[in-house]
Design a protein around this ligand. Structure first.
Ligand SMILES: [Zn+2]
Length: 93
C-alpha cells in the first residue's frame, strides 16, 4: 500500500477508482470479478490462412476483436492459464 506523504493532498490523476472496486464480468460465467484478478482474452475473428492474410488489409483484422475478461477459475477451466505456470500475457493476445 502506498504511504500518503502529504496530508490532504489527493491525486486521482491516473484512475478514478483505485482498482479495488473496478469490477468486470467474467466472459464465461458472468460472475463479477475484480479486474486485476482477471485475464484478458481477445475473442472473435481469427484468420489462419496465410494466403488470405496477404490479400486482406491487416487493418480489417482488428475489426471484430473483443476484449473479454476471464476470472481465474474460468481461465483455468478453459486452459487460458495453468496453475503453477507463469502467465505469459503476450500469448493471450
Ligand atoms: Zn468465470
Amino acid at each position: 500500500m502506498p504511504v500518503s506523504k502529504a496530508p490532504y493532498t489527493r491525486s486521482y490523476a491516473h484512475t478514478k477508482s483505485r482498482g479495488s472496486n473496478s469490477m468486470v464480468d467474467c466472459g464465461y460465467c458472468g460472475k463479477k470479478v475484480p479486474r486485476y484478478k482477471t485475464f484478458i482474452k481477445t475473442k472473435g475473428f481469427r484468420i489462419n490462412d496465410p494466403t488470405l492474410l496477404q490479400q486482406i488489409d491487416t487493418r480489417f483484422l482488428h475489426f471484430g476483436h473483443e476484449k473479454m475478461y476471464v476470472c481465474p477459475k474460468c481461465a483455468r477451466h478453459h486452459k487460458i492459464v495453468q496453475p503453477g505456470k507463469t502467465v505469459r500475457k503476450k500469448h493471450l493476445k
